[in-house]
Design a protein around this ligand. Sequence first.
Ligand code: ZN
Length: 259
Amino acid sequence: MIEAGEWTRGITRLAVLTGAGISTDSGVPDYRGPDGLWTRDPSAVEAFTYSRFMTDPAARARFWRTYVDHPAWRAEPNAAHRTLVALQRSGTAVRVLTQNVDGLHQQAGLPARTVLELHGTIHEVRCTGCDVRTPTAATLARVRAGVTDPRCDDCGAILKLAVVLFGEYLDDPVLDHARRIAAASQLLLAVGSSLRVEPAASLCAVAVRAGARLVIVNRDETPYDDLADEVVREPIGEALPRIVAALHANRRPTPTRMK
Ligand code: ZN
């Protein structure tokens, strides 16, 4: 049960680092959970490794097959996504740094400029040759029609979802921006992330070093639990609305007594 802890007081600038756990209630499977993508099929990891994807047509075929009928295409935002929108609309500056590629924060109503997609998005396809970006639906239509290794119409190079694969670097400007947001926040709320994938997870340390409070909401232990002001193990769909209500109620700083 969340008490309105001292850490909820006076927060007007909030950064929220979100991971797969915030989207599982929307039916998007996580990767390493009990029903996770890698748990059910460890060999799928190879198709999500950058060097393998770029060199092995069979891995690319495998990758596109995984996405042609992915639950993310039918997913709707859940209570946790919506509660962040409500907090932002009530006047708290909310910035989301997400490891998710499903676009559900924006679909819930957060303005795109307030959501940094650290690991990219499944909603766009990027050409690995000429860098042109196109909506994913067009490429998926070709895959459904039998194309196993879709190529760029303009330059013929390999097409890839605009997501960061294993062994691929994060976009530097995006990561720099995320570090600045983490450092400028009063509270970093890490929600539904195992905090085991770097450099995204290190944003927790960036925030704490800059003087922000850190609260972790996750089912399992994380390597950053010791740094946190509070660790919450309850289901996200219950915990987050309660935390947000406390942040809203306690937004005004505790009045200081007149001398
Ligand atoms: Zn191209």
